[in-house]
Design a protein. Structure first.
Length: 326
C-alpha cells in the first residue's frame, strides 16, 4: 500500500530520480547547444540518494527510474545503482540512458541490480540519428542494445521522439525492427518546453494520429499496471516486441499520473511541467532527518495540481527535460 496519495486520489508508486543535469548528447529537441553548467552543478551524493530512496520506499514506492541529463556520465553510477537496488522495498530499478556506455557496462549494471532499461534511439538510420542527437554514435548505441538483450534484463525499451520532417517517416522501420525482437518500442510525442521556439510547430507529430494508425494495423491495447509508466501500450500477434505511445497532450494523461520526480539538485517535482520544486536537500544531511523528510514529501503532495497546462503552451518552469529528468 502506498502512503503517497494526492488530493485527487492518485497514488504514487514510482519515483523518477535524476542524478545529473550533464549530458554528452545535443538532441535538437532538448539541449541543441549541449549542456552548459550554470553554477548549480553540485548534484545529489550517494548518501543523499540513499536517504531519498529510503524515504520513498517507506511510503510504498516500489519502482525507481534513474535518469538525467545522462545518468551514466556519473563516475559513481554503478555504486548509485547498487544503493537504490539494495533499498528494502524497491523491486524495480530502471534506467533511462542514451546508451553510449551500454555496450561496455550492460552486464555490470545488471549485476548491480538494474532490472529495467530504456534506451533513447531516435532513428534507425545512422545519419538521421546523428542529425537529431548531434552525435555520430548510432552503431555504439545499438551495440549497447544488443549487449542489454544478452545481459538478460527483465525489460528493454527503446524511446524515440517522433519528429515531423525528420524521423517521422521511420515508423514502419521501427515496427519492422521489433518484429523479431522482444523489445518495447516507445514513441514519445514531442513536448513543448520553455526553451523551444519554432521547433515545436515545425516538428510536432500528433500521438493520437499515430495511435489511430497503429489500431488500424491490428495493434491491440495492453492493460496498465499500477507502477506502469506514462505509455499507452499495445501488442500485435505478428510481432515479438510491443509498442508504447507516450502522449502528454492526450486528455487522460494526467489522470493516470503515478510518478513523482526528484531533481539532481534534490528538489521534489510534482509534475514534469510544474513550478520551481520543493526543496529536500536540507533534510538529506543525516539519517535522523528521515521522519521529517517523509512528512515533507507527504504534505508537498497535497499541493499537486490536477493537470499540467501544456495544452495552453505552459511548460511551467521547465526549460528542457534534461533539467528535471524527463
Ligand atoms: N539522457 C537520457 C536519455 O537520453 O534517455 C535520459 C534523459 S532524457 C531527458 C529522457 C527522455 O526524454 C529521452 O528519451 C528524450 O528523448 C526525452 N525528451 C527530452 N526532451 C523531450 C521533449 N521535449 N519532448 C519529448 N521527449 C523528450
Amino acid at each position: 500500500m502506498t502512503q503517497l496519495e494526492d488530493g485527487f486520489g492518485r497514488q504514487f508508486y514510482y519515483l523518477r530520480l535524476s542524478i545529473t543535469d550533464v549530458c554528452n548528447f545535443r538532441c535538437t529537441y532538448c539541449l541543441p547547444d549541449g549542456y552548459r553548467p550554470n553554477g548549480r552543478n553540485y548534484f545529489i551524493t550517494q548518501a543523499e540518494v540513499a536517504r531519498i530512496t529510503r524515504a520513498f520506499a517507506a511510503l510504498g514506492t516500489q519502482k525507481v527510474r534513474i535518469t538525467g541529463g545522462e545518468p551514466t556520465m556519473r563516475k559513481d553510477f554503478t555504486e548509485l545503482l547498487r544503493t537504490v537496488a539494495d533499498t528494502p522495498g524497491i523491486t524495480k530499478v530502471a534506467l533511462t540512458t542514451n546508451g553510449y556506455r551500454l555496450a561496455k557496462h550492460a552486464q555490470e549494471w545488471r549485476d548491480a541490480g538494474l532490472t529495467h532499461l530504456n534506451v533513447s534511439v531516435d532513428s534507425l538510420d545512422p545519419k538521421m540519428f546523428h542529425q537529431i542527437t548531434g552525435e555520430n554514435l548510432f552503431h555504439e548505441v545499438m551495440a549497447g542494445v544488443d549487449a542489454a538483450l544478452d545481459a538478460g534484463f527483465e525489460q528493454v525499451k527503446l524511446n524515440s521522439v517522433l519528429l515531423k520532417g525528420l524521423n517521422g517517416k521511420e515508423l514502419d522501420q521501427f515496427l519492422d525492427w521489433i518484429k523479431t525482437r522482444p523489445v518495447e518500442m516507445r514513441f514519445i510525442e514531442l513536448m513543448q518546453t520553455g526553451e523551444m521556439d519554432q521547433f515545436f510547430e515545425r516538428h510536432h507529430m500528433s500521438g493520437e494520429q499515430i495511435k489511430q494508425r497503429m489500431l488500424q494495423q491490428g495493434w491491440q491495447s495492453v492493460l496498465r499496471e499500477k507502477d506502469a509508466g506514462p505509455a499507452e501500450r499495445f501488442w500485435h500477434p505478428d510481432y515479438a516486441g510491443k509498442l508504447g505511445l507516450i502522449m502528454p497532450y492526450s486528455k487522460d494523461f494526467c489522470a493516470g499520473c503515478n510518478r513523482l520526480r526528484v531533481s539532481a539538485q534534490g528538489k521534489l517535482h510534482l509534475c514534469l511541467f510544474g513550478e520551481g520544486g520543493v526543496e529536500l536537500r536540507d533534510l538529506l544531511a543525516a539519517d535522523e532527518q528521515q521522519d521529517e523528510l517523509i512528512a515533507r514529501l507527504q504534505s508537498a503532495l497535497q499541493t499537486k495540481r490536477e493537470t499540467h497546462y501544456l495544452h495552453q503552451g505552459d511548460a511551467g518552469s521547465t526549460p528542457h527535460l534534461a533539467s528535471i529528468g524527463g
